[in-house]
Design a protein around this ligand. Structure first.
Ligand code: SAH
Length: 394
């Protein structure tokens, strides 16, 4: 019996079909994999904007701001911080309960804003010491109230509590000068590797089909030395606005063609569209994302996401030129969304070969099942769970 089985069951509510899809990959190691999802990786990564600066300069600037970061030994545009924790969180009797989204950032050290709060004890006054809980009653932080519970609930906006001690602690990225100046972009190592797999070059025409908020798009542009032509598409207007702002901050917002569109119908909406390279990073169950305060996924979630992912992949196949490349990437750990879907796609279309992943990348990740791409294992690779494959159109 795994030491933490009860905690896993309480926090990761995955139905039988979802668990089977994870067990198909991880077998006996499944409890270790699931347990690792409850905690953050030890390293928090940033990508250096190599069009504007270099790594040593950013490391110096961070040191001046009081933060120690380290260069990744393999990926030259990557640096990381070491995340502190887990720290002990005490119950002060006065309680605040926050929603899942808020809890997952507060547990990493973020401040507590009123909109994320679902409950607070009426006795909380300005200056009270309080304990912050998630909805499933995991103590995520201790803090000091700026305003009373009553005021916070009435105004429903603004800072409520200062985070004094959290379960884990990572630097506040968006407050760093290097972030504000567009010299870095927060991104996991596997996500960086996905863009690297496409090896973007001068004059490549690249379509990023699910692009917002622009992490992979911006990396692709940077890797090409600012010389690839990129069409970045996303169907969410709000997320496209966020991407536009991110690319502007990085300093080349006007050099990338950004469109709001449904990528399942690109061949219809953009007649004659032919890409050299495609980045396909579709919505997924996000089962590899860490840390999770809790998560719930049903068979229906999984099946409908796989259908959605297949639609994108079919469309990607239509708009890729002969000899062109597709990277398919997800932050999911299931078999169905990854090897399962890719295997069916290759066998059905008979149009694509799997391209071998460069040796340096294979050393960072782990081979996926049946030789179909690579995986980053949350319990072994000290990273989020991630899958990716490089396909070439014959
Ligand atoms: N590649 C991004 C993250 C993408 S997350 C990065 O590296 O930063 C998946 C994205 O797919 C979301 O932004 C979502 O809005 C988008 N999406 C979902 N359905 C879509 C559709 N039908 N057409 C285009 N984009 C879609």
């Amino acid at each position: 019996m795994h030491r933490d089985l009860d905690e896993i069951k309480h926090r990761l509510i995955y139905d039988k079909r979802v668990l089977e899809s994870i067990e198909r990959v991880y077998g006996d190691e499944t409890p270790d994999v699931l347990f690792s999802l409850l905690t953050p990786p030890r390293r928090l990564y940033l990508r250096i904007n190599i069009l504007r600066t270099d790594r040593d300069y950013v490391l110096d600037l961070l040191r001046e701001e009081g933060y120690n970061a380290y260069p990744d030994p393999v990926i030259e545009e990557a640096i990381y911080f070491i995340i502190e924790g887990p720290n002990k969180i005490s119950d002060y009797g006065l309680r605040v309960i926050v929603d899942k989204r808020a809890a997952e950032s507060i547990m990493m050290g973020a401040e507590i804003y009123s909109p994320g709060v679902v409950y607070c004890d009426k006795e909380i006054k300005r200056g009270s010491t309080v304990t912050i809980y998630s909805e499933n009653m995991i103590a995520v932080a201790e803090g000091e109230a700026y305003v009373s519970c009553e005021d916070a609930m009435m105004s429903r906006k603004g800072l409520f509590i200062k985070n004094i001690n959290s379960l884990y602690k990572a630097p506040p990225i968006r407050e760093l000068n290097v972030w504000k100046r567009g010299l870095v972009y927060p991104q996991s190592l596997p996500s960086m590797i996905a863009s690297r797999l496409l090896e973007p070059k001068k004059n490549d025409f690249i379509v990023d089909m699910c692009a917002a908020p622009g992490g992979k798009t911006s990396h692709l542009f940077e890797l090409s030395g600012g010389l690839a032509k990129i069409l970045a598409i996303d169907h969410s207007k709000k997320r496209v606005e966020e991407m536009t702002e991110n690319l502007r901050r990085l300093g080349y917002g006007d050099k990338i063609d950004i469109r709001v569109a449904d990528s399942r119908y690109l061949s219809i909406d953009f007649p004659g569209l032919v890409a050299d390279k495609i980045m396909l990073d579709p919505p997924c169950t996000s089962t590899g994302v860490r840390p999770k305060i809790y998560d719930k996924k049903t068979e229906k979630d999984l099946v409908s996401l796989v259908k959605y992912q297949e639609q994108f992949l079919r469309e990607a196949s239509k708009i890729t030129r002969k000899g062109g490349l597709i990277v398919y990437s997800t932050c999911s750990i299931t078999y169905d969304e990854n090897e399962g879907l890719i295997k069916r796609f290759i066998e059905k279309e008979k149009l694509f070969n799997v391209v071998d992943v460069p040796e340096y990348i294979r050393r960072i990740g782990s081979e996926a099942l049946e030789g179909l791409g690579i995986r980053f294992h949350p319990h072994k690779n000290d990273s989020p769970g991630h899958y990716m494959i490089l396909l070439k159109k014959i």
